[in-house]
Ligand binder design. Structure first.
Ligand SMILES: [Zn+2]
Length: 691
């Protein structure tokens, strides 16, 4: 055990920009540091509640926004390390701290004396003469408290806190089980026969994966950047089936780490929570604090897309089967299997559009694509990125950049952690080690992090991305910009802390730039020759853009419908077997055979590795309505870098954080409410044009 003096988390953080002392932090530092920081935070809130002066905005609302800063800093480091650089020791700490951290959140957000002051101010909020951002903070904070149970009478309030603690423990175990199933499994590729069909980049990535795992030869792991290319290129249907089964079986592979009982328990507790808060279902409770507002509006969007995507996917499948039957007539009459779809789709794509991933990849070298993202941010928003190898980071993979504005002022710090490795959860995400704010002794500049899971190139070779990887990098960087460009007064309203069906707008709209020919010509250069990507290849990519979109849309929408239907149940008892329930639901919904879904419930981390996307997986589609329509503003202006549109995008979307109501923010940017058509057109679902 470390005492406070020796604990680097509790000492002053002296690195530039408030960067954590990553070079000194050990797993055993977290418990004592967080315990002390939680005590301090609660004491600060209690002091605000106990003060003699009558409540006013500054001594109560703004004061609350200023407190708990040390706790926020340390817990941000903790959650980041547990996600991207964990260990047995850290996982044990994480299990022990899950309930105390949830209890802390409840204690702060139900503090009686403080809430009495906040509630009084909220009741007279229209007569306090507040500016728009202050009013927004008061309303936001009040809602945070109400949703945390501050209004509940005593026994229910305690029960609410218990439920939050139990949920925190269960969701922690859920995530650790998925991570374990991902890091335990591998498929060795011992010989040329096992490698049949794999292009050089997949073979190289498989050798690199073996090297990192300390095993000889080449292996396929469950990193998405390996699974998807393997399913796309391997000629071995038997091996594709093995990989696919392991991939979709994450979370229910063996008894001790089976997530099915955890999902049931989580659902049972969420249902109780919803009832406690006066709602018939957890979905109703979750949706009251969103742009969509109600399940009907979400269902209408999902249905509009599903009803168009299913026939498109069936049409795609007929095309795959036609090609397959000409090559393997013995399979005629059988639908394409889940583990075969990507393989045959790739062959159709190659045949019809003369596009081959192996031809594309050399133009998407990781370093160049990072520079492309930076260059877009420079051109749109005037940001500059200066690499800072002198700063301490938590893993050698992480690269730190100092970010400055057009006039040279420092904006914040950006860290990028791009590679898949053991001890890092799958997927890609953005997080903040420090939020931007101007509510304190000195302005606080953001420290923003992006995590990706690309498979590193072999020693001496570059890391080559797929178009999908490049899009993911731009997506997370869009979230990163939302954190970095934030320009608000209050920390609670800063960066990506917006309503969850708005949060994917800044990330998804940024994906559009990596598809712009102008950006590709500049940055997508062959890693060996430096030649820009040929115009003819860009044209072929553009023609193939909507190919297989029925498949992709069906997979996503099916997962979103699963989530909504599961959390919209109003009976206290969850399904006996969630996997059986899932299969029945998907059959009833008419999921075309061979498509599969993006996430099955047993490893659906959006829903069960935390609660922030529960009854909320639809948000990507909701935000896509906004981003597809929003990006058209550039198209209409005639340039992807139109300065006026970029300035509006910066002001109303990237800089505004949660300081403005999101519908109003979008309308201020676009000049009108969003329309659905651009989304349908982007996915090729609007007209009966061939995919
Ligand atoms: Zn995102």
């Amino acid at each position: 055990m470390s005492d406070g003096l020796a604990n680097p988390l509790l000492a002053d953080w002296l690195h530039p920009h408030g960067l954590p002392p990553f070079d000194a932090i050990q797993p055993e530092h977290f418990e004592p540091a967080l315990e002390q920081a939680m005590r301090e935070h609660r004491a600060e809130v209690a002091a605000i509640g106990a003060q003699a002066p009558a409540p006013d905005f500054d001594n109560t609302v703004a004061a609350f926004d200023r407190c708990g800063r040390r706790f926020g800093r340390i817990s941000a480091v903790f959650s980041n390390l547990t996600a991207s650089a964990t260990s047995e020791a850290l996982q044990a700490v994480q299990r022990r701290l899950a309930a105390p951290l949830a209890a802390h959140h409840s204690a702060v957000h139900t503090d009686r004396a403080f809430f009495a002051r906040l509630d009084a101010l909220h009741a007279q909020r229209q007569t306090l003469g507040l500016d728009a951002e202050s009013l927004r903070l008061l309303e936001r904070l009040h809602l945070d408290f109400v949703r945390s149970g501050a209004r509940l009478p005593e026994p229910q309030r305690q029960r609410h806190a218990q439920l939050m603690q139990a949920l925190a423990e269960l969701t922690t175990r859920f995530a650790q089980n998925v991570l374990r199933d991902e890091s335990d499994w591998q498929l060795p590729l011992p010989d040329a026969a096992a490698m049949a069909g794999l292009p050089p980049f997949v073979r190289a990535a498989a050798r690199q994966a073996a090297l990192e795992r300390g095993v000889p030869g080449a292996v396929i792991t469950l990193a998405r950047s390996l699974v998807v290319p393997f399913l796309t290129f391997s000629e071995r249907a038997d091996l594709r089936q093995q990989v696919w089964r392991a991939w979709v079986g994450r979370g229910e592979r063996d008894g001790a780490h089976d997530n099915r009982p955890l999902v049931r328990e989580i659902l049972r507790l969420r249902q109780e929570l919803a009832a406690l808060m006066g709602h018939a279902s957890y979905a109703d409770f979750a949706l009251t604090d969103t742009m969509a507002g109600t399940r009907d509006r979400v269902d209408a969007l999902l249905q509009a897309v599903w009803s168009r995507a299913v026939p498109r996917a069936l049409d795609e499948r007929r095309q795959l089967e036609a090609l397959r039957d000409s090559v393997q007539p013995e399979l005629a009459g059988q639908p394409v299997k889940d583990w075969d779809w990507r393989y045959w789709a790739e062959r159709v794509r190659r045949e019809r559009y003369a596009i081959d991933d192996a031809e594309i990849k050399p133009y998407f070298e990781l370093g160049r694509i990072v520079q492309a993202a930076f260059a877009c941010a420079t051109q749109l928003f005037g940001l500059r990125f200066q690499r800072r190898d002198d700063l301490p980071v938590y893993h050698p993979d992480v690269v730190a950049y100092e970010v400055s504005s057009r006039d040279g002022a420092v904006v914040g710090l950006f860290l990028q952690d791009n590679f898949a490795r053991a001890g890092k959860r799958s997927g890609a995400w953005m997080s903040a080690l420090r939020w931007q704010s101007r509510n304190g002794a000195a302005p606080q500049r953001p420290v923003i992090l992006n995590n990706n899971n690309f498979v590193r190139g072999e020693a001496g070779s570059p890391t080559l991305l797929s178009l999908d990887d490049a899009r993911t990098l731009f997506h997370e960087f869009g979230h990163g910009l939302h954190g970095l460009l934030s320009d608000v007064r209050f920390q609670r309203l800063s960066g990506t802390q917006v309503l969850r069906d708005f949060v994917e707008l800044p990330s998804q709209i940024f994906e559009h730039w990596i598809a712009e020919p102008e950006v590709l010509k500049q940055h997508a250069r062959h890693w060996q020759t430096g030649e820009p990507i040929p115009d003819a290849l860009i044209a072929r990519l553009e023609r193939a853009r909507r190919f297989n979109q029925g498949f992709e849309t069906v997979r996503y929408t099916a997962s979103a419908m699963l989530d909504m239907a599961l959390h919209a149940r109003t009976v206290a008892e969850p399904p006996e077997d969630v996997s059986a329930w899932e299969a029945a639901f998907l059959a009833e919904a008419g999921l075309p055979e061979g498509c599969g879904v993006n996430h099955r419930l047993v490893h659906f981390q959006h829903l069960f590795a935390g609660s922030s996307y529960a009854a909320g997986y639809y948000v990507y589609l909701w935000a896509e309505v906004l981003d597809a329509d929003g990006y058209d503003a550039f198209t209409e202006a005639g340039s992807p870098f139109d300065a006026e549109v970029a300035a509006r995008l910066l002001r109303h979307i990237y800089a505004a954080g949660n300081s403005v109501e999101p519908n109003a923010a979008f309308e201020a940017f676009r000049g009108r409410a969003p329309r659905l058509e651009p989304l349908l057109s982007k996915r090729g679902l609007l007209e009966d044009a061939p995919a």
